[in-house]
Design a protein around this ligand. Structure first.
Ligand SMILES: [Zn+2]
Ligand SMILES: [Zn+2]
Length: 148
């Protein structure tokens, strides 16, 4: 996804009926180029690296617009923390309980949902799995993390 050309990114925005603004373009391009599921604050810091160009409100508005048309998704793995993901195909997540980093896990890492195990009458529509654990950085011997 990160190899999308600028033209393809603009085409994606337009295909969803979004007016292409510099903010939306910048936010979407930034998200396509990373896999770490950033928060609004992390996105803002990244976008403003070369000097302040975006405010939190404009970044947030761009995220909402992109999310409403399905180009990005909101990932809620911690209470009260919204993270954003440009990978909108079905997948699961790994969350490090030490540093809090989040990585994608391929959808086919788990078998199909055992619908027979659900109480009769429940109709599942979507689900995803969050695997909690320790990432390789945090499990290395010289990491100060004491969770391992
Ligand atoms: Zn970690
Ligand atoms: Zn993800």
């Amino acid at each position: 996804m990160s190899e999308l050309s600028p033209n393809a990114i603009v085409a994606n925005l337009k295909a969803q009926g979004l007016r292409v603004t510099p903010q939306r373009y910048a936010v979407y391009t930034n998200l396509l180029g990373r896999r770490d599921h950033p928060t609004v604050e992390q996105l803002l810091a990244d976008l403003n690296q070369g000097g302040p160009v975006s405010s939190q409100a404009t970044v947030y508005n761009s995220l909402q617009a992109l999310r409403e048309v399905g180009l990005i998704r909101e990932v809620l793995l911690e209470e009260g923390v919204s993270r954003y993901d440009a990978n909108v195909s079905p997948h699961h997540h790994f969350r490090c309980r030490c540093c809090g980093c989040i990585e994608d896990i391929p959808w086919d890492a788990f078998g199909p949902l055992a619908k027979a195990a659900l109480r009769p009458g429940l109709q599942p529509e979507s689900y995803e799995v969050t695997v909690q654990g320790i990432c390789d950085r945090c499990s290395s011997p010289n990491n100060p993390c004491d969770a391992g």
